[in-house]
Design a protein around this ligand. Structure first.
Ligand code: CA
Length: 236
């Protein structure tokens, strides 16, 4: 599979350098030189990685990153930052960037960082989570509507209880990452809930059964003694 990379960078020389070298390495690259257009592209299409400049016309790289993460788009992002700007790096990582490259950079270093981030994100068992707008998140074939508390698969609604839906939503926003039962308990039921972890297990188990009924759906993997993880479609 050829990895799709989006480069959002307004400096033509740098953009060409990135596009050329990533292309030589075998990646499929699209480049865009405007912040707002870059965000639109990142929301509309599914990429494996985004290289993101911070100072851009139209919209800053921070705003793009913040926007993507708020909308549930978890595509790995490497920010391109000035060598001296440590606070930029900190801010970028806080907004959910996966790594950073300081300008000017060597081609070998840039390619190594790209490969490392792609390697990490490929260990997510193949769940692609994208959000086309604020109201819908797509996880594999599953469509999730956070506002309506609904999940649809192949055009049909999956009947979920509210807490099951909240568990699903939390897992979907962290694809491939192990979520502990404590996390789920605190987020979905609240810190002051006294029902215990058994409640979490009962809900997850019921949710799992509903998802497993359809092989096109993402599935929930149980990590013994720790918690749960969203994994990709089970193909047989
Ligand atoms: Ca710039």
């Amino acid at each position: 599979m050829v990895h799709q990379i989006l480069v959002i960078e307004d400096e033509p020389t740098l953009s060409r350098l990135l596009t050329y070298n990533l292309g030589q390495e075998g990646y499929s690259v699209q480049a865009i030189d405007h912040g707002g257009e870059g965000l639109k592209m990142a929301l509309r299409q599914s990429f494996d990685l985004i290289l993101l400049d911070l100072m851009l016309p139209g919209m800053s790289g921070f705003d793009i990153l913040n926007n993507l993460r708020k909308q549930g788009v978890l595509t790995p992002v490497i920010i391109l930052t000035a060598r001296t700007a440590e606070e930029e790096v900190v801010q970028g990582l806080r907004y959910g960037a996966d790594d950073y490259i300081t300008k000017p950079f060597g081609v070998a270093e840039m390619l190594a960082r790209v490969a490392a981030v792609l390697r990490r994100s490929n260990s997510d068992d193949g769940v692609t989570v994208v959000s086309t707008d604020e109201n819908v998140i797509r996880a594999g074939e599953l469509l999730i509507y956070p506002e309506k508390y609904e999940a649809h698969l192949n055009g049909e609604s999956i009947p979920l209880r509210p807490k099951e839906f909240e568990v699903l939503l939390y897992l979907v926003r962290r694809p491939g990452v192990v979520v502990t039962r404590d996390d789920l308990m605190n987020v979905v039921w609240g810190f002051d809930y006294i029902g215990g972890q058994r409640t979490v297990d009962v809900h997850v188990s019921s949710l799992r059964k509903k998802l497993e009924m359809n092989q096109d759906s993402v599935q929930i993997d149980s990590i013994r003694g720790v918690g749960y993880k969203l994994i990709g479609t089970v193909k047989k």
